[in-house]
Design a protein around this ligand. Structure first.
Ligand SMILES: O=c1[nH]cc([C@@H]2O[C@H](COP(=O)(O)OP(=O)(O)OP(=O)(O)O)[C@@H](O)[C@H]2O)c(=O)[nH]1
Length: 585
């Protein structure tokens, strides 16, 4: 029987339940849904202190469970699901979050805290829609929600508690009880969805399916944008990220470097700029314009068509949307500068990865000729400009997401430390009309800013030259650290944070944006791969960053996993460290 017509719309799709919970399986199966079960490997170890409300923790955990399966399946199972469903159930009482007890004493602690009281059961649910594109790339669209049910327990005597614990029932259940079985005897009333307590809010799930992800629903602009970014990034990381499966699929190893080199070469030869200004050229015309051989140009054009970067109609070529939006050098979200940096700096360095790993030293001398060493050196004007262009690309791509991740209406002035070309600062100014932003960066960087005129100048953005590790910081009530801390070892992080804390007064904010590693350090691969090219710094998880910040008096207010290259956390300075040492200990 099909309980809800929406469920029948999923017929014919590969639906995966990313859960080992037999109750979730039973609830969804009884509703008529056909699916496979692939339990998630995501460890439920997110730092609860990072979430402002318990349901946010449950939703984030559900998301991570579902995404882990959605990302693993194409590689480990060699098939891509259409929909992955993840869920996480928690109990909240007296400000505590209770998950599954680890042993009998933990079960006792949980059940006695529930005795005679009303508590909330939250189940966070994440639905990941996977869209497989050409080239076997996968885009992910996320829908998430939560459901709250109130449950009141009777007063539980010690005998009753231990009898129940000794039944073994509490051990694999959130809050240490199973309302659907013996645990039902402990309950005085339930307000809300009973199945939500058991582990899956079926009614809310069906409503979400209906409103959000019916096949006819058009994806939001944001999703298209992220999908395209994901696609380019996948092209960039495809080679290294997939080495493990190269052992199994013999055709792949030769494909990945070629994919990247085709992208780099087309970008360097300004193919996408040419076809933007003059769409409809044939291979011979393109060859003439880019001053290249006709045969080579034709091969490159055809390769770009196969990668979805160009379209070809009867042997003439034009940009596909992806190239128009991201690969033209003057596109608002251009990755051109970043691709040049990858091609000319990262690629030669990564081809010496083996000796870098063996020796643990920089490979610059080996990777570059004397001439290129000068061109890529961060001390030369050319090297600096190249690096700034790359950072500018990333800031343009991620800027809006970071700037709009949190409600910043209480802040009037911000200081973007190491803010480079100001691309991020302009996004903040645009997103927050009451905010003025100072970009603080090295004198040599500020000097080169003339090359990066913003499309929409804003006099609320200003530039100050200085070294954030040495000089006095401009006063602000919000400090922004985007892609800075991962490049610094802990000692330097402490120097910088103590300078920020000194410049702050209680209540000031610090917005940190980085790739946050999974707590078990098994992903995301873009963070772990980036670590291979870092000399001093280190990639850290959200918890590791929180602990560093906490030691300077900053407590986490909010965290956002954005799915757009960088994540973000907003911290508040509780009070000056000397006053707060006791609390923080
Ligand atoms: O009354 C009940 N309350 C809760 C449950 C079950 O408790 C667990 C909650 O744990 P979690 O959400 O982490 O899910 P897991 O079982 O670990 O499976 P995943 O693989 O999805 O992480 C859940 O199984 C509920 O069904 C209950 O049975 N009764």
């Amino acid at each position: 029987m099909v309980l809800n017509p929406v469920i029948s719309k999923l017929a014919g799709k590969l639906v995966v339940l990313a859960s080992a919970s037999p109750r979730r399986l039973e609830i969804l199966r009884s509703a008529g849904l056909r699916f496979e079960v692939v339990p998630s490997w995501f460890k439920e170890t997110l730092d609860k202190g990072l979430f402002k409300a318990p349901h946010e923790y449950a939703v984030e955990t559900a998301k991570q469970k579902a995404l882990e399966v959605a990302r693993r399946m194409p590689f480990k199972h060699l098939k891509t699901p259409d929909i992955v469903i993840g869920a996480d159930t928690i109990v909240s009482v007296d400000g505590m979050i209770l998950e599954k007890p680890v042993d009998k004493h933990d079960a006792y602690r949980m059940l006695s805290s529930l005795s005679g009281k009303e508590h909330s059961v939250f189940t966070g649910v994440a639905i990941v829609l996977c869209h497989e594109k050409e080239n076997e790339e996968v885009d992910y669209q996320l829908v998430d929600f939560y459901e709250e049910t109130k449950v009141k327990f009777a007063d539980l005597s010690e005998d009753m508690l231990w009898e129940y614990i000794n039944s073994g029932e509490p051990m694999d259940k959130a809050g240490g009880y199973g309302i659907q079985a013996l645990g039902g005897m402990l309950v005085e009333y339930v307000h809300g969805d009973f199945l939500n307590v058991v582990g899956f809010p079926l009614n809310h799930f069906c409503k979400q399916l209906h409103t959000q992800i019916t096949p006819t629903a058009s994806p939001a602009h944001k999703v298209c944008f992220y999908n395209s970014i994901t696609k380019i990034c996948r092209l960039l990381t495809l080679f290294i990220e997939n080495l493990p499966i190269a052992n199994f699929v013999s055709a792949l190893p030769s494909t990945f470097p070629k994919t990247l080199q085709a992208l780099f070469t087309a970008s360097k030869l300004c193919l996408f700029d040419l076809l933007h200004s003059r769409p409809g050229l044939d291979a011979a015309q393109v060859a003439q314009e880019i001053k290249a051989s006709e045969k080579g140009t034709e091969c490159l054009l055809e390769a770009c068509v196969s990668l979805g970067l160009l379209k070809s109609i009867e042997k003439v070529y034009e940009n596909a949307d992806l190239a128009t939006d991201f690969l033209r050098s003057d596109a608002p979200f251009s990755l051109h500068g970043y691709l040049q940096h990858c091609n000319e700096t990262m690629w030669p360095l990564f081809s010496h990865l083996e000796s870098a790993v063996q020796e643990g030293t920089s490979q610059r001398e080996k990777a570059f000729s004397k001439h290129m060493l000068q061109k890529t050196s961060s001390s030369s004007r050319e090297g600096k400009l190249r690096f700034m262009k790359a950072m500018h690309s990333i800031a343009k791509i991620t800027g809006k997401t970071i700037a709009t991740a949190f409600d910043l209406s209480t802040y009037k002035s911000a200081c973007d430390l190491g803010g480079c070309t100001g691309a991020l600062a302009y996004e903040f100014a645009e997103a927050h009309p009451g905010l003025s932003v100072t970009v603080f960066d090295l004198p040599a960087v500020v000097e080169l800013n003339e090359f990066f005129h913003p499309q929409h100048p804003d006099n609320r953005v200003s530039f100050v030259a200085g070294d954030f590790l040495k000089d006095e910081l401009p006063k602000a009530d919000l400090y922004i650290l985007a892609r800075i801390l991962h490049d610094l070892p802990d000692e330097k992080v402490h120097i910088l944070l103590s300078k920020i804390a000194d410049a702050c007064t209680a209540g000031c904010g610090l917005l940190l944006s980085e790739i946050f590693l999974d707590e078990d350090r098994r992903g995301p691969s873009r963070g772990l791969l980036q670590a291979l090219s870092m000399s001093e710094g280190k990639q850290r998880s959200a918890t590791e960053y929180s602990l560093l910040l906490k030691s300077h008096g900053f407590i986490t207010a909010h965290i956002r996993h954005t799915d757009n290259l960088l994540d973000a956390m907003l911290f508040t300075l509780l009070q000056c460290f000397s006053d707060s040492a006791e609390i923080l200990d």
